[in-house]
Design a protein around this ligand. Structure first.
Ligand code: ATR
Length: 271
């Protein structure tokens, strides 16, 4: 029987996940379908009850449902608990299991895109939203000793930093460029740099030449931040890899094959 999975969001038409999973389904010759599911907040609880009964084995979850599905699920993985949000659901034996693979996707993308990166040095994280929370949890989990955090709204950075204790320290948004030295990694988790929006206007002269620079924005692939980092010779990793790698655990759980993230997948998602 055809295995069914999908992505739940509102709006949903922008999601690249159907293309991503569709590529893998074709590549591995699996009798499965992965569809966009436009579900409004008021319908979320009912949809989560009905989808397993309709034969779905699971779903990805995107804006604005990531926190709500975490609370509605029957079980939560430790990495979902760490960020109190879920992006991957598995429907099993009448139960809904909520997972969060964003942090894993971020790290896998970093390791693939910057094989020379080592978690032994502190990291600098820009932004203090949901994405930042997942990135910081993953970095500390992988052995990064310290994180410096800056956010336009400083109180939000202080609040997020407090969740992680003394390993995360915060700096003023206006002082970022002064504090860039001494970090092995710079991560932008804000929406700055997205096509049609304001760029992240940051002077990089205090950044060490080996510091890896990465962005979770992937439209465009080469954000102004990544362009200026690459121009001065820093290794850079674009944001598309995180989207591709976060999808691996869901596909594996639903369709029974652990898929690879390679250039063909990147091209399929970009086309
Ligand atoms: P997500 O969950 O995807 O991280 P979010 O919670 O809306 O999304 O967070 C967006 C991030 O981008 C925040 O860190 C936000 O800063 P504020 O907390 O001060 O709002 C940041 N951001 C958005 N627009 C910005 C801008 N023009 N300048 C600086 N930071 C900006």
């Amino acid at each position: 029987m055809t295995i069914l999975a999908g992505v739940i969001g509102d709006p949903i038409s922008h999601s690249r996940s159907p293309r991503l999973h569709g590529h893998w389904l074709r590549r591995y010759g699996i009798d499965g379908a992965y569809v966009p599911l436009h579900i409004r907040p008021d319908d979320l609880a009912e949809a989560l009850k009905l989808l397993p009964r309709m034969g779905f084995v699971g779903a990805n979850v995107t804006i604005p449902h990531k926190e709500d599905v975490f609370h509605l699920a029957d079980e939560r993985t430790a990495r979902a608990e760490a960020v109190e949000a879920a992006n991957t659901l598995v429907f099993k034996d009448g139960r809904i299991i909520a997972d969060n693979t964003d942090g894993l996707g971020f790290l896998a993308s970093l390791q693939q895109g910057a094989p020379g990166w080592s978690p032994s040095e502190p990291a600098f994280v820009l932004g203090a939203g949901g994405a930042a929370r997942g990135v910081i949890a993953a970095l500390l989990d992988s052995g990064v000793p310290r994180v410096t955090l800056a956010n336009r709204t400083k109180a939000r950075a202080d609040g997020l930093g407090a969740l992680f204790g003394s390993t995360v320290s915060t700096v003023e948004w206006a002082k970022i460029h002064e504090k860039l030295g001494g970090h092995g990694l710079l991560v932008n988790t804000t929406s700055l740099g997205m096509t049609g929006g304001a760029p992240l206007d940051l002077a990089l002269e205090n950044l060490a030449s080996g510091t890896v620079v990465t962005d979770i924005v992937y439209t465009p692939l080469q954000t102004p931040l990544l362009k200026s980092a690459a121009a001065r010779g820093n290794p850079t990793v674009d944001g598309l890899g995180m989207l591709l790698h976060q999808a691996v655990p869901g596909f594996t759980a639903w369709f029974g094959v652990e898929p690879v993230v390679d250039e063909a997948l990147r091209q399929a998602v970009l086309s």
